[in-house]
Design a protein around this ligand. Structure first.
Ligand SMILES: C[S@@+](CC[C@H](N)C(=O)[O-])C[C@H]1O[C@@H](n2cnc3c(N)ncnc32)[C@H](O)[C@@H]1O
Ligand code: SF4
Length: 337
């Protein structure tokens, strides 16, 4: 809950307004696990809160550790569905990749979460719980909303989470440490750009609309040309960063022709490109590009003045492609029934 929502709760229960400040302190500064630990609240007031509320911590139901230190956590969202959060330590950085929905409506060809279909939006509580209930919570330096789901399709809860994370009364994180990744959902993206200072990553995957459409049906609703024209209205040359995600598929989008068209498409836009290796998923005939094609592609873009990096693949041995572990759990639960 935001500070103003907690104030409303306190008032509705007939408690003095300053109790809200105390609760916010216990939740976001002290990070207590239970209302009973809020020791400067009177016993009567703690009792009133306990009748209707709890702190909302829920531990992950499963975890898988990779040899490279990556940890995939699974959070149950019902008896047979779950979402994933992935902890990725890397030298002085410790990033958590967070989910925003159970499944996803967008049905991208290459994505395991897309194959699950859409079940429901996660609540702000369920999104924050991924961040605060893992043992590494206090060591996190960065958050990326690149787990399961389309964050801008769950914009109300996302904005609430970002506000709790970045407000002085909340976790007081710098927005520069948070990146939200989107398929280019226009309505949510506009609201996010207006109301938050966090970084934006847009999943592009081809500079050619017809090819993008063959990978991502959402190209119909949110054409890449329109997304890019919209983004040109914002200033990404200062604190806030704009990046494009580009999965490299062998023989599909990794040619010089693609690199040239990307440069033309993004001309004049202050941005960077992250090249991503494709994590194979079952029953999809796409393959990841080989290392030399990726390096050539990156070098071409770099020569043309675009900051371009090849993202290192992490946790390959623990089903790194998002949605794989949660799909496995759903199948297991269904088999048991
Ligand atoms: C899972 S999505 C979640 C955020 C948002 N829905 C989006 O598409 O940007 C995060 C990133 O993972 C990428 N992705 C999805 N499936 C992948 C796979 N099998 N291999 C590599 N990257 C994948 C997406 O294209 C996107 O750039
Ligand atoms: S890549 Fe993103 S938008 Fe596409 S299906 Fe997966 S989670 Fe949804």
């Amino acid at each position: 809950m935001s500070a103003s929502e907690i104030t409303e709760v306190v008032e509705s229960l007939g408690m003095p307004r300053f109790t809200a400040k105390q609760i916010v302190f216990w939740l976001y500064e002290k990070r207590v696990n239970s209302i009973d630990e809020m020791t400067d609240l009177s016993k009567v007031n703690r009792g009133k809160l306990l009748e209707k509320y709890d702190v909302g911590y829920v531990a992950p139901v499963q975890e898988m550790r990779s040899v490279d230190g990556t940890v995939k956590y699974l959070f149950a969202t019902s008896h047979d569905s779950s979402v994933e959060a992935v902890y990725i330590p890397d030298k002085e950085r410790a990033t958590l990749c967070v989910s925003s929905q159970v499944g996803c409506k967008m049905n991208c060809l290459f994505c395991m979460t897309g194959k699950q279909g859409f079940t429901r939006n996660l609540t702000a509580n369920e999104i924050l719980n991924q961040i605060i209930s893992i043992p590494e919570s206090r060591t996190l330096t960065n958050l990326v909303f690149m787990g399961m789901g389309e964050p801008f399709d769950n914009i109300d809860e996302l904005m609430k989470v970002l506000s709790i994370l970045t407000s002085e009364w909340g976790f007081a994180w710098s927005p520069k440490r948070i990146t939200v990744s989107t398929i280019g959902h226009r309505v949510g993206m506009e609201r996010f750009l207006k109301e938050s200072d966090c970084h934006l990553a847009v999943s592009l995957h081809s500079p050619f609309p017809v090819e993008r459409l063959s990978l991502m049906p959402v190209e119909k609703a949110y054409p890449e040309y329109e997304i890019i024209e919209k983004l040109r209205q914002y200033d990404f040359s200062k604190q806030r960063r704009l990046s494009f995600e580009y999965i490299m598929f062998r023989g599909l989008n990794d040619s010089l022709r693609h690199a040239e068209e990307l440069v033309r498409l993004l001309k004049g836009l202050h941005c960077r490109i992250n090249l991503i290796r494709f994590h194979a998923i079952p029953d999809v005939a796409l393959r990841t590009s080989d290392e030399s094609s990726m390096v050539q592609f990156r070098n071409y873009l770099t020569r043309k003045g675009i900051i371009c990096t090849i993202r290192s693949s992490r946790g390959e041995d623990i089903f790194a492609a998002c949605g794989m572990l949660s799909t496995a759990r759903t199948q297991k639960m269904k088999l048991r029934e």
